[in-house]
Design a protein around this ligand. Sequence first.
Ligand code: ZN
Length: 366
Amino acid sequence: MQKLAGAILCALVLLTGCSTATRQTAKTPPPKDRPPDWENVAVETNKPAPEITVVVPPPPHIAPTAPKAAPQPEAKWQSLNRWATSHGLGALRRVTVGPVESFALVANTGVLTLNMGSLSAHWENLEIRFGFAPQLTNGQVFVHALDLHKNIEPLLRAFRPAAAPDRVIVIDPGHGGSNTGTRSKADNRLEKEFTLDWALRLARLLETNNWQVLLTRTNDVDVSLAERVDFAEQHRADLFVSLHFNSSGGGSPDAAGLETYCLTPTGMASSLVRGREDILAEILPNNTFDEQNLAYAVRLHAAVLKVNGHLDRAVRRARFLTVLRGQNRPAVLIEGGYLSNVREARKIADPAFRQKLAEATAEALK
Ligand SMILES: [Zn+2]
């Protein structure tokens, strides 16, 4: 009981002390920047101290609302584990088999495998080139925000093109006329012949498959790249697919396999520049379709890999390709194999293989 009385006395002394201190400060002239109501309070404190009843109010209940912070700019590098958890996915699984540490993100739409320090990632069984190599920091996988939004999220969403009737597709057989493309190491025939043959076979298949099909050329003529884009624009195409065959140039004659290109998202470096300036900040008309570009590229790439012996050279990004840049619709360019590789060129020379190529391409666009 005595202890309680002592505590109350202490409290009174403390309060009086506070009050005295207030009075003392009130005697000094208030700073000029104080608001008027501060001065009024100071005058009040000069009155005799009122009787004090010590009532300790319960602490006010403050609802645990989050403070309204200004939106923070998104971090450039993001923890993929944290992202996966916040999207209801399980933790990343370590799947290292070689010298490169690899992690798999398992979603109900597929499995994404990332290789630390490498631009090469795998979605299901096909390769995708990232813009930035994922990094391992303190056991955490960090991915660049652009890869997260432009590659990982669209892949995991497993975008499917709308199944509307009579959609317009423009098929673009690469090269033509004096623009011959590369030459086959198997039979000396020219790329322009093979691309046209692939396009004509594909057109026949797509016409029976709800597509309204248009070709940028149906014979051996030179059509400029800008004219090909204009053609798709005039016909309000819903999709543009350019068909090519590859050459290693002065590189390895062993280079073989499938490469599929779509436009590089703004801010990301391209997988292929061919000596051209790669302006990362460029915002091109076709960037509106980043997600659909990737979706179509992945579908086409996956289908063609099934008939080419799974020689996978990845879904890649390029910014310089004129037939992609200006498109106001999803657009993809396929390099269907290497004419500079004798073994692959022999396959391409076979009409039965080209028919399979066309069937696979058509299947992807069903
Ligand atoms: Zn070509």
